[in-house]
Design a protein around this ligand. Structure first.
Ligand SMILES: *[C@@H]1O[C@H](CO)[C@@H](O)[C@H](O)[C@H]1NC(C)=O
Ligand SMILES: *[C@@H]1O[C@H](CO)[C@@H](O)[C@H](O)[C@H]1NC(C)=O
Ligand SMILES: *[C@@H]1O[C@H](CO)[C@@H](O)[C@H](O)[C@H]1NC(C)=O
Ligand SMILES: *[C@@H]1O[C@H](CO)[C@@H](O)[C@H](O)[C@H]1NC(C)=O
Ligand SMILES: *[C@@H]1O[C@H](CO)[C@@H](O)[C@H](O)[C@H]1NC(C)=O
Ligand SMILES: *[C@@H]1O[C@H](CO)[C@@H](O)[C@H](O)[C@H]1NC(C)=O
Ligand SMILES: *[C@@H]1O[C@H](CO)[C@@H](O)[C@H](O)[C@H]1NC(C)=O
Ligand SMILES: *[C@@H]1O[C@H](CO)[C@@H](O)[C@H](O)[C@H]1NC(C)=O
Ligand SMILES: *[C@@H]1O[C@H](CO)[C@@H](O)[C@H](O)[C@H]1NC(C)=O
Length: 595
């Protein structure tokens, strides 16, 4: 008998994989995707100064988690840092499963030298998100990467399939180590101005002599005439950035899991933690390369020049380097421009997102609000001699036992469900006070910013509707300007200084969910709260059980089993297609014997 050639073997593999995929689909089984990540320090010099950054599988930014709606995602994280680590998935809703959210209110951090496996389903979601470290100020050192959730094939995109998909991280950056930055804050000092702006972890292109020689910059290679989807994320510490590409329009199509009304912009403000998808058509004649710019908004004059990130858009037929002045952004400090731009971003109510029905079939404007919270942000203040940030005068302190575990095991005294729904006339305090949400309630949250800088706020577990934004102090009359029709659903929203932003959120996802400042220094100094959403019927259909591998700490640390596999470079067992294939053929052979 002739031995099968490697071609035949590959064909066999392909066919069986296809068959399995079909079976997966027809049996209603959602596929699994496995990732094995090692988190460790790597050395990088983005601004020409050598420093220690946090890499995922030695990459900075980390690898892209590229999955499709309803897939089950398994990520084994091996913590090879010298301190505890946790990753959170910004924008992923973790339906019924706050156990996988990866913040200190729901999870014990993964100790140095340990591994922990996240397992969750990306249920009914599409769009552009990112993951980031949630403890120890580590985000200032890297550890982040992109998340793409693709549409299922049965649901068409509301635009032509792009010719390519490009993820871009923009961020402010300090040449100081993230641990030193953390110490600076803990000592009660301001972080000062950042040292530069990065593009995908790289420093600026040398567009003029003010940039030192020898900096490695980001170059995006494109083909003329093609249209690319750019997924842009601001993953910085505290700087709002304006993004633009010389001579190219940005056609906004998606933000944080919602398809938007498609509109062209010449530039777009991204506040900390925000994500947008733009379609960019390569419609120029490639007489040169083009600049891609991310510049600080609202920065003081002395640092403006330093806070410009520059990457290069290179056509395959380009005639030479980028030239001319950098493309202009909006006027510095023009918050009116920024607010108007933010208000212009709307939901495409007729587009289908993760499900075949149109996004707008959820008529949020017709639902009665059940709870109203007005959350006031003030400048950082001293509480018991410590510099702290607050919401409604309360600075959150994370207990050593995660809230979620304390709730399950009835550990008393860990937290209180008494977070005030408005600013109380009392001195600021440090506390573990959280919001008692009503399951299936419809909550209105108004963020009032009484500080002099832009803030952004992020909510885990949900997408919320951005219904209003204006200068001044919010009053009941402000509801008159709410957008009750096509306000966009997203998870991170900005609040301009001396202004307010109102959101609506349907609390249908059981769990304990983190609401936090996007700005890392505000977050680190206490500006966060949690919303507890409990189903009074206590049905295990609305919440998944605590995972078998949960890590225990604080008051529950006695429940923790010793980790037998303390840090080893072992490969996670992953059912790859080929091992699935072996299983499949074994099964087939077995059936063959019996029939
Ligand atoms: C993501 O995966 C899909 C296949 O599932 C592939 O078509 C696409 O090119 C990938 N995107 C990126 C950015 O890697
Ligand atoms: C650590 O990884 C191993 C595989 O390498 C896995 O079997 C184990 O469950 C993981 N531990 C936790 C707590 O997730
Ligand atoms: C470099 O470019 C910046 C921004 O366009 C400009 O403000 C600055 O004067 C330039 N510096 C030099 C040395 O040319
Ligand atoms: C956006 O601009 C491009 C040119 O870059 C143009 O072809 C397209 O029609 C514009 N789309 C909209 C919706 O304005
Ligand atoms: C095309 O390139 C030439 C130089 O090769 C330039 O003079 C001209 O302005 C460009 N045209 C457009 C539409 O950009
Ligand atoms: C809204 O989405 C639909 C797809 O359902 C698309 O055809 C249409 O162009 C989109 N409209 C706008 C204004 O973006
Ligand atoms: C929290 O809210 C629920 C109703 O959603 C209520 O039954 C419960 O008593 C509240 N708990 C506290 C401590 O206020
Ligand atoms: C906001 O700040 C101003 C002065 O900075 C103060 O007069 C006002 O009372 C503050 N508003 C609130 C709601 O705290
Ligand atoms: C869910 O709850 C029902 C009744 O309360 C119980 O019979 C069942 O065993 C539970 N299932 C799981 C997986 O805990």
């Amino acid at each position: 008998m002739r031995r099968p050639s490697s071609f035949h073997l590959r064909l066999l593999c392909l066919l069986s994989c296809l068959l399995l995929q079909l079976l997966d689909g027809s049996l209603g089984e959602d596929p699994f995707a496995y990732f094995d990540w090692e988190v460790s320090y790597v050395s990088a010099s983005p601004l020409g100064v050598k420093q220690k950054v946090i890499g995922i599988n030695r990459q900075f930014p980390g690898p892209i988690l590229n999955v499709t709606t309803n897939w089950n995602v398994v990520v084994n994280i091996r913590n090879n840092l010298d301190e505890p680590f946790l990753v959170t998935w910004s924008g992923l809703q973790q339906r019924k499963n706050s156990w996988q959210d990866g913040v200190l209110g729901t999870n014990c951090p993964i100790p140095a030298g340990w591994n922990w496996t996240y397992e969750f389903q990306v249920k009914d979601q599409i769009g552009s998100f990112f993951y980031l470290p949630s403890v120890g100020f580590q985000r200032a050192g890297g550890g982040y990467g992109g998340i793409i959730i693709n549409n299922r094939d049965v649901i068409p995109l509301p635009f032509g399939t792009p010719d390519g998909d490009i993820t871009i991280f923009i961020s402010d950056w300090y040449t100081k180590d993230y641990k030193d930055l953390k110490k600076t804050l803990e000592d009660g000092n301001d972080l000062g101005n950042p040292d530069g702006i990065l593009f995908n972890g790289l420093g600026p292109y040398r567009y003029n002599d003010s940039i030192p020689d020898g900096i490695i910059y980001e170059r995006i290679n494109v083909e003329p005439g093609r249209t690319y989807r750019f997924r842009v994320h601001n993953v910085g510490i505290s700087t709002s950035l304006n993004f633009r590409i010389q001579n190219h329009n940005l056609l906004l199509v998606e933000t944080e899991g919602s398809y938007t009304v498609q509109q062209n912009y010449t530039n777009m403000d991204l506040h900390v933690g925000q994500s947008y998808s733009f379609l960019v058509t390569m419609d120029q004649n490639a007489s040169t390369d083009y600049y891609i710019v991310a510049s600080a908004r609202f920065a003081d004059a002395s640092t403006r020049e330093r806070l410009i990130g520059v990457a290069i858009l290179h056509y395959s037929n380009s005639q030479g380097p980028a030239s001319g002045p950098l493309p202009d952004g909006p006027d510095e400090g023009d918050t009116y421009f920024s607010m108007n731009q933010a208000r212009s971003i709307r939901w495409n109510v007729s587009a289908s997102a993760a499900r075949p029905n149109p996004q707008g079939s959820f008529r949020y404007g017709q639902i009665t609000v059940t709870d109203v919270y007005v959350l006031l942000n003030r400048p950082a203040e001293l509480i018991n001699g410590q510099l702290r940030t607050t919401l409604n005068g309360i600075s959150y302190i994370a207990p050593s036992t995660p809230l979620k575990l304390a709730q399950l095991f009835n550990v008393p005294g860990v937290y209180k469900l008494d977070f005030p729904n408005h600013m109380m006339n009392r001195p600021a305090k440090v506390d573990t006070s959280i919001i008692n949400g009503t399951y299936k309630g419809f909550m209105e949250i108004i963020f009032q910013n009484n500080d002099t800088t832009v803030q952004s706020y992020h909510l885990d577990g949900y997408a919320f509707f951005v219904v209003g934004m204006d200068f001044g102090t919010w009053t009941e009359n402000s509801r008159g300007i709410y957008n009750k029709w096509d306000g966009v659903a997203r998870s991170t929203v900005q609040v301009f200084p001396g202004a307010w932003t109102a959101i609506l959120v349907y609390l249908d996802n059981v769990g304990i969910w983190n609401l936090r400042a996007g700005n890392l220094d505000s977050w680190y100094l206490g500006q966060e709260v949690y919303i507890s959403v409990v189903n009074p019927e206590d049905s295990n259909k609305t919440e998944l059980p605590v995972p078998d591998n949960a890590i225990f700490c604080g008051a529950l640390s006695s429940l923790q089993k010793e980790q037998s596999h303390k840090f080893r470079f072992s490969k996670a067992p992953s059912m790859t297609c080929s091992s699935k294939m072996i299983l499949f053929w074994l099964l087939l052979a077995w059936f063959g014997i019996w029939s």
